[in-house]
Design a protein around this ligand. Structure first.
Ligand SMILES: NC(=O)c1ccc[n+]([C@@H]2O[C@H](COP(=O)([O-])OP(=O)(O)OC[C@H]3O[C@@H](n4cnc5c(N)ncnc54)[C@H](OP(=O)(O)O)[C@@H]3O)[C@@H](O)[C@H]2O)c1
Length: 332
């Protein structure tokens, strides 16, 4: 089978396609023929050795996908050959096949395509957990979402609107703003791509405050960090919650801690991967609600591009160039 190997940590261009034997199946594992795999921000980081953990070399990036069960290990009870499934893995989805513990595998209904199944689990799972468990979202809330046209950002816009909140979407370009408006954002703010000096940061903060009709946001959803975080935090409302989701813009920001005191506000961490393991049943409920919202048309995950799997390297490079909108899906 073909697999996209990272043989040494470094630039994305160092990744190579190789032909290897099918992975050996363990007793608790399912061997899946991969039909589609989604691109996620960690794919860009993990191959450079910049992610939270470093898999043993060689490994393939890619942590979610969908396909057909080819074989099951002798202890597997939930799946059989031919089942349509999606899976979550630590890595290994950018390949033709993957072997994975059945706990990371879930059935997909016939009406859901492999591409769609692969595309929304991580983005919607993260944003649902962030907004509902960590942000305690209510329909009266006003939510500011940064990086709002990206994978987790657009999922946050979609979920917050489905739950009745007022949403202000922050993005770097007019094109991305248009996408957020199409997803129901009540207001958009275009913050550009460059670093912000003191004056620009102050103006950004003033603009963010001006879009709030409650004199500050109840929830700020931040997957980008860097120079955007402090000006955004300054626009938070009384008892607001600042959801720390990621640092796609580069640097992990520092906040003057007195800002939390002045607003009675909270900085709240979000770590969906850990949550799914530590709070399995709550996550199952989240998945059920997400799937119900999908089935009833309340949410609509955006697949902006379908790319042949063999072009995975070019696709991963889109992440680093701010080129991903909604989800990009690789197809075998
Ligand atoms: N905490 C968790 O559990 C969890 C789970 C999943 C993902 N994440 C994190 O969330 C972040 C977003 O992930 P994603 O999969 O949604 O990524 P994505 O689809 O590539 O979206 C990232 C967004 O970040 C913005 N951005 C700002 N500066 C950027 C830069 N220098 N390079 C690239 N993008 C930049 C872009 O929007 P603009 O151009 O509009 O600014 C882009 O839409 C990542 O840091 C990821 O690690 C965290």
């Amino acid at each position: 089978m073909k697999i996209l190997h990272c043989k040494e940590y470094g630039p994305v261009d160092n990744l190579v396609w190789e032909e290897i034997d099918s992975p050996a199946l363990q007793d608790n594992e399912v061997l899946i023929d991969i039909k589609a795999a989604a691109l996620n921000f960690p794919d860009f980081l993990i191959v450079q050795g910049l992610y939270q953990f470093k898999p043993d070399l060689p490994f393939a990036p890619g942590n979610e996908g969908a396909g057909i069960v080819r074989k099951t290990g002798k202890n597997v009870t939930r799946f059989k050959e031919g089942d349509r499934v999606y899976f979550m893995a630590t890595h290994g989805a950018f390949a033709e096949q993957i072997c994975i513990n059945e706990l990371g595998v879930f059935p997909i209904p016939d009406e859901i395509s492999f591409q769609l199944a692969a595309s929304y689990q991580m983005a919607y799972g993260t944003s649902y957990h962030a907004l509902i468990q960590r942000g305690k979202l209510s329909e009266n809330d006003e939510v500011l979402i940064l990086g709002a046209s990206g994978g987790v950002g657009l999922a946050a816009v979609d979920i917050a609107k489905a739950k009745g909140a007022r949403v202000i979407a922050g993005v770097s370009t007019d094109e991305k703003a248009k996408i957020c408006q199409d997803y129901g954002a009540d207001e958009v703010i275009v913050y550009g791509t460059g670093p912000k000096d003191k004056e620009e940061a102050r103006a950004f903060s003033t603009e963010l405050k001006s879009k709030s009709i409650k004199n500050g946001y109840d929830i700020i959803y931040d997957p980008i960090g860097d120079c955007y975080a402090e000006p955004a935090f300054r626009a938070i409302g009384w008892k607001g919650k600042y959801l720390v989701v990621g640092f796609a813009a580069g640097q992990i920001p520092k906040l003057p801690i007195n800002l939390t005191l002045l607003k009675g506000a909270a900085v709240v961490g979000v770590f969906w991967g850990a949550f799914t393991g530590r709070e399995f049943e709550v996550n199952q409920k989240n998945i059920t609600d997400i799937n119900e919202m999908l089935a009833t048309g309340k949410i609509k995950p955006l697949i902006s591009k379908e790319v042949p799997m063999e072009n995975a390297v070019e696709a991963i490079k889109l992440i680093g160039s701010r080129g991903v909108v909604g989800k990009v899906v690789l197809v075998n």
